[in-house]
Design a protein around this ligand. Structure first.
Ligand SMILES: CC(C)=CCNc1ncnc2c1ncn2[C@@H]1O[C@H](COP(=O)(O)O)[C@@H](O)[C@H]1O
Ligand SMILES: [Zn+2]
Length: 348
């Protein structure tokens, strides 16, 4: 049975700004995918990292390859995206920015364009069904694929930004941080920025990326994913921190993801503490709720128990995330009204 604390975190209205579509697929949806493709011989243990388990970064990235085998058609993407949106809504998320890397699949005839169209279709379908959540989409660049693919992806994102009535709001840079260099992606990212796409970049997710982070911070991005190794205590530098602070760039922080992926040794050493204590915009996110077997309520609860946050602090944290969304001010205002209406129920 849920205890009173669990109920508080689930009923707390929340904003999710860092969620990779294929990393967010729940056990329930994975079961459905496995039964559609029994010949692949994929077992559930291959797609998620359970409680108390840890994996190397490399092993985590293998998990995405397995999920991609299961999700390779228009039909799969539609099911996965609608399920993920409904699950976030059921967890009390009122505004979600979903991100995903457009993929081409020769076997099923899936194209990158069709991929994005299908995610958009899922967003519209949930809206028309009255699911209580606002959803926007960030088109993702996988850094492993290099300069040309990055530029193509930006063009695709640009087209969709113009044709979807504001559903595509930005661009994500992700993928295995140990592969490739940000400098090769700068022209594409610069173009994206110039055409009005917002930028959320995975930055300093692993150590020794000082030069790359410095380069990418000059853009500057609109939000940072992880930023685990930016500050001097973990091998980053004061000048990187100064750039983040000066430009007031919010950080998307994913506690379970970083501990299970072993870039952070334990919850109490998570860099949430460093940035939160500074009063810098810090947003609690899930990253890959399916792969890391978590949800946003749990992540808020974990942050609160680890860092001694009061319920009022937690409320402020979720409210402050509204200012960091990529949708326009009108959406921010509507969300703030919603928060105000829900507050008495949460603090009953
Ligand atoms: C390995 C680990 C600790 C993961 C968490 N940190 C991550 N860092 C960088 N890129 C990621 C991460 N999690 C998901 N992604 C990206 O999201 C993709 C899966 O979602 P999608 O297919 O884009 O819909 C992955 O292939 C990868 O490109
Ligand atoms: Zn991520």
């Amino acid at each position: 049975m849920d205890n009173e604390a669990d109920v508080f975190y689930r009923e707390l209205p929340k904003v999710e700004l860092h969620a990779h579509l294929n990393g967010s697929v729940s056990c329930h949806t994975i079961e459905k995918l496995i039964s559609r493709k029994p010949h692949l011989n994929i077992e559930h243990g291959m797609t998620a990292i359970g409680k108390g388990q840890r994996r190397t970064l490399e092993e985590c990235f293998q998990v995405f390859k397995v999920i991609h085998q299961l999700v390779d058609s228009e039909e799969d993407i539609l099911m996965v995206a609608t399920d993920v949106i409904r699950e976030f809504a059921a967890d009390g998320v009122k505004y979600l920015e979903l991100r995903s890397t457009p993929r081409e699949e020769k076997n099923t005839g899936l194209t990158k364009k069709r991929y994005v169209e299908t995610v958009i279709k899922a967003i519209k379908q949930c809206k028309s069904e009255g699911v209580d959540i606002e959803v926007r989409f960030l088109v993702a660049i996988d850094r492993r694929n290099g300069t040309e693919v990055a530029m193509e992806t930006v063009k695709l994102a640009e087209e969709f930004m113009l044709s979807t009535d504001g559903l595509v709001v930005g661009l994500d840079l992700s993928g295995d941080p140990t592969v490739g260099h940000g400098k090769d992606l700068l022209p594409a990212l610069q173009r994206a920025k110039n055409c009005g796409l917002k930028l959320s970049l995975h930055l300093s997710e692993v150590p020794s990326q000082l030069e790359e982070s410095d380069l990418l911070l000059n853009l500057p991005p609109d939000r940072i994913g992880h930023g685990t190794f930016l500050h001097p205590e973990v091998g980053g530098s004061q000048s990187l921190v100064d750039k983040v602070v000066m430009n007031n760039i919010p950080l998307e922080l994913c506690l379970t993801s970083n501990v299970k992926g072993q870039t952070v040794p334990c919850y109490s050493k998570h860099h949430f503490k460093y940035w939160y204590q500074k009063g810098h915009p810090s947003i609690i996110c899930t990253d890959d709720k399916g792969v890391f077997s978590t949800d946003l309520s749990q992540e808020y609860q974990l942050a609160a128990s680890t860092f001694g946050l009061s319920r009022e602090d937690v409320w402020k944290l979720s409210l402050q995330a509204i200012d960091c969304i990529f949708a326009p001010d009108t959406v921010k205002q509507q969300l703030k009204l919603k928060w105000a209406a829900i507050k008495p129920q949460v603090f009953k």
